[in-house]
Write a protein that binds this ligand. Structure first.
Ligand SMILES: Nc1ncnc2c1ncn2[C@@H]1O[C@H](COP(=O)(O)OP(=O)(O)O)[C@@H](O)[C@H]1O
Ligand SMILES: [Mg+2]
Length: 360
């Protein structure tokens, strides 16, 4: 039994244009363990925010249950759930200092002044804000404002920390720094965290487990590395990282490997490198990531370079093999040469990097 459990959660909205219902969250099941960092990841509109808002109590499910530490909390108002939420928009009080923004919730709890000072000071230090307590929010950078929003949530010692796209308003460099900071703080406190983002790199860096959502449903729940190397659906593979999907057919199975006919060549794939059990004759999508495709003078497949993109740390190629386009990324700094468009090349797939998904 998880610490926070979502059981068959459903949320419908009357559509905004009045044409019917939107099934925003469609029978979602999830178990989050104490101290875990779990990220809801998916494209815009897939139901992440609605799921988070139901956990927080800002939205009530049409059906299903929310269980926190063994107790059903469906009917508890937000302020009795012992959770804190951090929003993309920071939502700081503009007329209060950093100190008073952070102290706000503790004052509502009527804690003694000395205790408030101590807890705020501790949280300021934890979030790297010491020395800024007397500033007003408009005297802070975006990154600092987001730290205050985080501090304001953490100072309440919530049992669950909820964050909805908290870094979306920051520029790329700051976003990367804040990712590392958020992870450090979460680990220091061991606080159970549910984080929402549409940014796969953010989800990869931060999470113990990633929940990939699509159209209100969960497609996969797994640690970052597993989501990347063993995606359970084409949607997951496509959403996370770059992918080549090559159509193929299983032509043999012996011992613990499958033989797959792909682009007129036979490739061997371990039976367990497949999202689902596959029979001989099954149509498959062979997944191979661009970084596992090697481009050279010779290779198993003969192709023609269609596009070459030089990115400094790497070179990206689009290679046509029998009319099928394959993307390759070469990040070897000792690469012998860069192939220009129209060059004949050979390509190979790195052993151990092939993965099979049933064709849909
Ligand atoms: N208050 C609402 N009224 C009507 N439709 C809504 C409402 N909130 C969300 N939706 C719809 O529910 C779906 C999921 O939205 P949301 O949870 O915000 O997705 P995400 O956070 O993944 O972008 C979308 O189709 C959205 O338009
Ligand atoms: Mg959202």
């Amino acid at each position: 039994m998880g610490f926070l459990v979502l059981e068959q959660l459903v949320k419908r909205f009357a559509s905004r244009d009045g044409t019917g219902d939107v099934l925003a969250v469609d029978h979602v099941n999830l178990q989050v363990e104490r101290g875990e960092f779990v990220t809801l990841l998916g494209p815009s509109g897939c139901g992440k925010t609605t799921t988070l808002r139901m956990i927080a109590g800002f939205e009530s499910p049409n059906s299903g249950q929310l269980v926190l530490d063994g107790a059903v909390i469906n009917d508890r108002p937000p302020n009795q759930r012992d959770m804190a939420m951090v929003f993309q928009s920071y939502a700081l009080f503009p007329h209060l200092s950093v100190f008073e923004n952070i102290a706000y919730g503790l004052r509502l709890r009527r804690l003694p002044e000395a205790e408030i000072r101590e807890q705020v000071a501790h949280t300021l230090a934890l979030t790297g804000l010491s020395g800024m307590e007397q500033r007003a929010p408009n005297q802070l950078s975006g990154g600092q404002q987001q730290r205050v929003a985080l501090a304001r949530a953490l100072v309440m010692s919530p049992r669950v920390l909820l964050m909805d796209e908290p870094l979306s308003n920051l520029d790329a460099k700051l976003r990367e720094q804040m990712r590392v900071e958020i992870r450090r703080i979460q680990q220091t406190l061991g606080i159970t965290t549910i984080y929402v983002t549409h940014d796969q790199a953010e989800a990869m860096t931060l999470s113990d487990r990633i929940v990939v959502m699509n159209q209100g449903r969960i497609e996969q729940v797994a640690p970052p590395r597993e989501v990347y190397t063993r995606p359970s659906t084409v949607f997951v593979a496509d959403f996370i990282g770059q992918s080549n999907f090559l159509p193929g057919t299983v032509v043999a199975q012996e011992h613990s490997r499958l033989t797959v006919d792909v682009l007129h060549q036979h490739l061997h794939v371990p039976t367990d490198a497949a999202a689902a059990p596959l029979q001989v004759g099954a149509a498959v999508n062979l997944l191979i990531r661009p970084e596992a495709v090697r481009v050279g003078p010779h290779g198993l497949f003969a192709g023609i370079v269609r596009q070459t993109t030089y990115l400094g740390s790497m070179v990206e190629y689009t290679v046509a093999v029998d009319g099928t386009l394959v993307t390759a990324v070469d990040s070897n700094p000792l690469r012998a040469e860069i192939y220009e468009p129209d060059s004949p090349v050979g390509i190979d797939f790195l052993d151990g990097c092939l993965y099979l998904l049933p064709a849909i």
